[in-house]
Design a protein around this ligand. Sequence first.
Ligand code: SF4
Length: 61
Amino acid sequence: MYAIVNSDCIGCGACEEICPQVFRMNSYEIAEAYLNPIPQASEESTREAAKNCPVAAIILE
Ligand code: SF4
């Protein structure tokens, strides 16, 4: 599984809080997925982060 943060991100930080092993805020205060492909052990929390993104900016493939 791969995670992509699209340009709808508003920088709320929720994904980093829920799944810091995959998401972090970059210097523009926008989230990025820095661990791709997602390790199996982190897939569930990655899905949780995507589900909780208020603007649905996390795309999972
Ligand atoms: S939860 Fe969504 S809006 Fe918030 S920082 Fe992550 S990708 Fe951006």
